[in-house]
Design a protein around this ligand. Structure first.
Ligand SMILES: Nc1ncnc2c1ncn2[C@@H]1O[C@H](COP(=O)(O)OP(=O)(O)OP(=O)(O)O)[C@@H](O)[C@H]1O
Ligand code: SF4
Ligand SMILES: [Mg+2]
Length: 322
């Protein structure tokens, strides 16, 4: 098999607390091949955004990578200094953030914001960067791009701002794009248009895409592979089709009941009784045990490791450890 473009190994992220460390991500392990689309799903607070921010080197204080590796195209990212990381971020790896307004600066024209990375990373002149910004705005479906390029974020609708974010993220033709709930704030028709656009560009550029969403219906249509996170860990990962047809981890089974067209057919995440664990609680066994209908005594004694159960499939659950 070809070497993956990105491989995250045993990534643990946490912060110091009263002489101890609270780990929010624990031994997160996954990889993505060139041109592959990997979806990340899981309830709110399970660590999806922190996984992306770790890859981008954007963990805010007091969070730190405690252990593990993030290897991108042959470079180990967790050891890079700010300057070296800046060369990769926004250039070879870019991200569409969950909150568009946190990454658009209200006091700069959208054209200048899209141009910045191209001037810094691609060595374009301001004039060339502006021309490419207009081209990118057109590409993401913004009408009258020659005029819009000179406008400020507040002059655009929510849907257009999201498109500007995509244009920014695509400015330097990244090898890897991380899209963190890129359409949650938008209405359904615009959501569909933006997803089509992302997929179109992904195919044309053979870009790798990490797609984070709560909407399993969307994911089932686009992802090659899915990893399911729970309480800061990867608990199951498999090709989309296999996971869709045969979810194995009890938590994944719960989530899957919600996919439109499945037995229960609800649109959003099925509400699994109980709540997600607090990262501050030291849990001895399986993090899902308090909510799992199959929990047995060994589930409360030690944590099930993420084990390979097939060619491209991994599960962290004692029901499958044989
Ligand atoms: N700076 C921080 N300091 C301490 N804890 C944090 C910090 N940022 C996030 N967390 C905690 O880390 C956990 C994971 O957060 P994260 O934002 O990755 O969740 P998520 O899966 O993206 O959720 P959502 O679906 O709501 O976006 C949460 O419990 C959150 O409260
Ligand atoms: S390890 Fe045990 S508690 Fe955890 S998901 Fe599997 S059966 Fe349920
Ligand atoms: Mg998030």
């Amino acid at each position: 098999m070809n070497k993956p473009l990105l491989s995250v190994e045993q990534l643990t992220v946490g912060y110091p607390n009263q002489g101890d460390t609270v780990n929010i991500l624990q031994n997160v392990t996954f990889s993505i091949a060139k041109g592959e689309i990997v979806g990340i799903v899981g309830e709110s607070g399970c660590g999806k955004s922190l996984t992306s921010l770790s890859i981008m080197g954007l963990l805010g204080d007091p969070l730190k990578v405690q252990s593990g590796k993030i290897e991108f195209d042959g470079t180990e990212l967790t050891r890079l200094g700010k300057k070296e990381l800046n060369k990769i971020r926004g250039n070879e790896i870019s991200m569409i953030f969950q909150e568009p307004m946190t990454s658009l600066n209200p006091v700069f024209r959208v054209g200048d914001q899209i141009s910045e990375a191209m001037v810094n990373h691609m060595g374009l002149s301001k004039k060339e960067a502006k021309e490419r910004s207009i081209h990118l705005l057109k590409l993401v479906g913004i009408p009258s791009p020659e005029q819009r390029v000179n406008e400020y974020p507040h002059q655009l609708s929510g849907g257009m701002r999201q498109r500007v974010m995509i244009a920014m993220a695509l400015a330097c033709d990244p090898l890897l794009l991380i899209a963190d709930e890129p359409t949650t704030a938008l209405d359904v028709t615009i959501q569909a248009q933006i997803l089509d656009l992302l997929l179109d560009i992904q195919r044309k550029n053979k870009m790798s895409l990490i797609f984070i969403t709560h909407d399993l219906g969307v994911l089932s249509k686009m992802a090659d592979r899915v990893m399911v996170m729970y309480g800061g860990r990867v608990i199951e990962s498999a090709p989309m089709k296999e996971l869709y047809e045969n979810p194995k981890h009890p938590y994944t089974q719960g989530l899957w009941k919600a996919i439109p067209g499945s037995a229960k057919g609800e649109k959003r995440l099925y509400n699994i009784p109980g709540t997600v664990p607090d990262p501050k609680d030291k849990i001895k066994g399986c993090r899902f045990a308090t909510r799992c209908q199959f929990a047995e005594s060994r589930c409360r004694e030690s944590e099930p490791p993420l084990l390979k159960t097939g060619d491209n499939r991994e599960i962290a659950c004692f029901l499958y450890d044989n």
